[in-house]
Design a protein around this ligand. Sequence first.
Ligand code: SF4
Length: 376
Amino acid sequence: MRFLYVHIPFCVKKCRYCDFVSAEASPEQREAYLRLLKAEAALHRGERPKDGLLTIYFGGGTPSLQTPAQIGDVLSSFRDTFGFAPSMEITVECNPETVSRRCLKQLRRLGVNRLSFGAQSFQDHHLKEMGRVHNSEDISRAVEDAVGAGFENINIDLMYGLPSQTLAEWRESLEKAVSLPVTHISTYGLKLSPLTAWGRLAERGELELPSDDLNADMQLFAMDFLDKAGFPRYEIANFAKIGYPCRHNTAYWLRKDYLGLGLNASSLTGGDLRTVNESDFERYREKVESGVFPWASRENLSADEIREEEIFLPLRMIWGLDIAAFAKKYGSDYFAQKKGQMVKLFDAGLLTVEEGQLKLTDKGVLLNNEVLSALI
Ligand code: SF4
């Protein structure tokens, strides 16, 4: 295990579309949580990798609500517990309103070398309706401060499919994003859970959401626009300048073992054990303090489930699935049995084969769920 995810479940306030495990918390609660994270890490000391961790990803929530001193403290504890490889990627997710150049400089000095900003949109009226705390100027200021603090690997997240969003607004957000000194852009389509404020409005028919066709146009537009702007797509929703794909997230798509610490964090161990931590703070605290793994669920994946993941994870990526390597592992019968479905997918222009790699086309990316369920 050389990839570590750390969940920081605190936010300034809850966004109206958010169903992540995140909540407001006092400075004391945040400090107490960090103590638990270090204790949970210590429970895994037997899994110390021989050559140290390759990536650490602080996700949330809003990890940038923690002070640089607190992040430095947990990093030093992880270094003791797991060891660090000489060349690591350490990412901290930030919300633009929570960072100053001074704190970014401190993070950089601690070895953090990648930032991921939750920008979401460059239209202030959308940000306000989403319940975001920042405005569009905050995004540009935060990215420029990050560069001034010495960061050269910077992601921004953008969302499409927002209520009443137009294609022209989506285009403007993408144009503003590529005009900033960023190396990576993630694009997410709005998906609403009924447990969120917007989800409840949508259920009552009180939210004007873009049609499926407009959502598809926005996604296709992003693929074409970002590619031309020097950010080729390397995963269904992720675009990066050459040399800047996220190493941490790529490990998930390559099905590497990873360890997740904190509320609701999942882990993959030995390629077949998937565990998910408690999402309730008190249950998490009780288990960690009793010296047991704070798992809410523990599942041994079956051979079929592993094979399914070995199909759909590579297909998410631009490099696709190595047909010969897959056939060597699972026999050539697998795709032969799926011949009928595959012919339909090829005829519909959703799948293609290039140099022995099975890949989704751009149209296949739009319908990736349908393609993947036909294949597994
Ligand atoms: S900042 Fe992110 S994690 Fe926090 S409430 Fe908003 S969407 Fe959720």
